[in-house]
Design a protein around this ligand. Structure first.
Ligand code: CUA
Length: 329
């Protein structure tokens, strides 16, 4: 079915046949409202379009005026022409557009961002998303964990150019503008993974600037929050010491931070919980050992134009580094 040809989400929370990124498959109240308006407009304007086409076909096929009436453009009497123009050009547009206008206005009232509640800060970078939980000090990237069934406020900012935050199954788009903060919100009714995509052209890798919103049942969300807090206290597994040394000496820490080490770079994503992430590279690749190794060895080959350079490492050092990064969960 045409409506089903969106991206299919294959999630750790179980395979789902729902498209991961389709605004006509809403998964929360804001997106449902937008989808509803979309369907209302589609039906209304399809009806208008059909009416106009019918009149057009009638005009093309109608019999030409009688010879006696040559020079007249229509068979209608003069008062009939005026009536036709007033009805079709004034009355009909008012009848069609007024209810749609009122409907859209009342919908925008229902889409207003809540004043309080869980707030997450999302900063757009070329081409990834920084995600911060100000209440709990958690910093992550390219995935936003939220509790299902709750409205979550988002503070949206940009570190460089204009991006646009867009998770089609949860809400519409909201721009991320340098030097300015926009507030926005999302709500997912059910636990699941909802893919998002930068909605504003922001350079060569705009198309590969994606993210995932992972909605968890409230108790799972609380557990996730606790696991993240304790991870920020003690992120290192003891058997990965060699990889840790490689990380700290090979230049990684110039750009990346890992809590509990002296790596505090902020040009690239915070890696404190990298091992727990589903995807790497701005939701470009699944977070597997092979992908992670390939990414570190040659990020420019995978996502040309990003800031991360090649890392020249001996094979054993690369493997140790990947083991260390995978242990961060
Ligand atoms: Cu960021 Cu397009």
């Amino acid at each position: 079915m045409i409506l089903r040809t969106g991206l299919i989400a294959v999630s750790a929370l179980g395979e789902t046949s729902e498209p991961a990124q389709s605004m006509i498959h809403p998964a929360g109240p804001a997106a449902a409202e937008i989808a509803r308006i979309w369907w209302v407009m589609l039906v209304a304007f399809t009806a208008v379009f059909a009416l106009v086409l019918t009149l057009l076909i009638y005009a093309v096929l109608r019999r030409p005026p009688h010879k006696a009436d040559a020079g007249r453009e229509t068979n209608l009497p003069p008062w009939g022409r005026t009536w036709f123009i007033v009805a079709g050009g004034v009355v009909l547009p008012i009848l069609v557009l007024t209810p749609l206008y009122i409907d859209s206005l009342s919908a925008s009232g229902r889409l207003r961002t809540p004043k309080e509640g869980l707030t997450i800060r999302v900063v757009g970078h070329m081409w990834w998303w920084e995600v911060r939980y100000p209440d709990s000090g958690i910093i992550t990237a390219n995935e936003i964990h939220i509790p299902a069934g709750k409205a979550v406020r988002l503070e949206l900012a940009s570190a460089d150019v204009i991006h646009s935050f867009w998770v089609p199954r949860l809400h519409g788009k909201r721009d991320m503008i340098p030097g300015r903060e926009n507030v926005f919100w999302v709500q997912a009714d059910e636990p699941g993974v909802y893919r998002g995509q930068c909605g504003e052209y922001c350079g060569t890798q705009h198309a590969n600037m994606a993210l995932e919103v992972i909605a968890l049942a409230p108790e799972d969300y609380d557990a996730w929050l606790e696991s993240q807090k304790s991870l920020r206290m003690a992120p290192t597994a003891p058997d990965t010491e060699r990889g840790r040394q490689v990380f700290l000496t090979a230049g990684c820490k110039q750009c990346h931070a890992i809590a509990g080490t002296d790596a505090v770079g902020n040009a690239g994503p915070d890696l404190t919980n990298l091992g727990s992430r589903r995807m790497i590279g701005g939701a470009l690749l699944p977070n597997t050992r092979g992908n992670l190794s390939g990414w570190i060895a040659d990020p420019q080959g995978i996502k040309p134009g990003i800031k991360m350079p090649r890392t020249y490492l001996k094979a054993e050092d690369l493997q140790a580094l990947v083991s260390y990064l995978e242990s961060l969960k």
